[in-house]
Design a protein around this ligand. Sequence first.
Ligand SMILES: NC(=O)c1ccc[n+]([C@@H]2O[C@H](COP(=O)([O-])OP(=O)(O)OC[C@H]3O[C@@H](n4cnc5c(N)ncnc54)[C@H](OP(=O)(O)O)[C@@H]3O)[C@@H](O)[C@H]2O)c1
Length: 354
Amino acid sequence: MSVECFVTGGSGFVGQHLLAHLTAAGHKTWVLMRNPENIKRLREQVGHLGGDPAYVHAVEGDISREGLGLSEAATQCLASVSVVFHLAAQFSWGLTMDAARAVNVQGALRVARLAASQRIRLLMVGGFMLQNLSHLANIGVDHECPENTDWPAVYSRVGGYEGSKLESHFAVIRYMQEANADYTIVHPATVCGHSESGHILEGQPLAELIRNLAQGRFKAVPGSARHWLPLVSVDYLVTMITCVAFDPSMANRQVLALYDGTPNLPGMLEQMATTLQVKAPRRYVAMRLLRWLLMIPGLASRLGISAESLDFIQTQRFDMSASKQLERKYQFAHPDMTRTLEMTVRYVKGYLRD
Ligand SMILES: NC(=O)c1ccc[n+]([C@@H]2O[C@H](COP(=O)([O-])OP(=O)(O)OC[C@H]3O[C@@H](n4cnc5c(N)ncnc54)[C@H](OP(=O)(O)O)[C@@H]3O)[C@@H](O)[C@H]2O)c1
């Protein structure tokens, strides 16, 4: 059965693939766009990614504005929507707390308000670090009583992006519970390219890591042989998002989208280096030392690494039972991730040449 969907962040990397997936299934999508004049380009891209461009419609708006900046007519269009997919985020390192909060926390609350006011499911995309409870405790997040968290202290520890993603998660859940409204949250690992084409947008964290390796800026492996950067392919991720968004049993639940067979960081770098035909780093640099080195003016930009990105490289393993249950229920699986990573590296290599 086809339904209507409202999507924020539809022009982003995950958003483009989600639009392709939803429209290929015949769902009409309303996409919140800060620049609706880009709709033609977005439709073309959705078509390239296997979706149906005719089902993609722009709604002008901005989540950092009151009421998402929606016109009366746009609000009317949303009356027939069944699910709100919230993917929009200010996604970069070095954001100030105020800038990150304005979009990632206040913006997410505005989207939640819209979904709750229309009595429709909110599907929100979080991040896998929200399932790493020891990390949350280490950085001062009280996940059982989030209102006891000293958020400015958390932001100064982990930076604007991660701080705001963590804060918005708890703020949205609290809001939806108080409004007695439905939500479902998917927490992706670092997103890898598409398993068939390797498609990934420039600027994505994994694409930047590949670029650094290709350009010989990766001198040592951060952490130890036990550290890893969990990955998920963008196609697995959008399949999971779509399955849970329409599943009544997933109301008020959260699930991880993460490939737990992702090799540890040295193995992953070795695999990427082989495809790039460059040397993989062999030595290790302790996280604490690397963080200290990155405080030396100019070094972070010379190495192309931000201290904020190091938080995502961890030794923690995750309980994947809920995700595996969904895979069985909906008959989907992770693609061959060795090949997916290879395709992604080849895709990035393509635009490094251009
Ligand atoms: N990619 C990953 O590795 C990863 C991992 C874990 C979680 N996530 C989460 O997954 C979600 C999607 O990530 P992504 O990689 O697809 O991000 P992305 O490529 O950076 O796209 C961000 C999207 O947000 C939109 N946006 C930013 N500010 C906005 C505003 N004020 N109002 C309306 N739209 C705004 C952008 O629109 P414009 O075109 O107007 O800029 C764009 O469509 C995010 O919530 C991110 O935190 C991503």
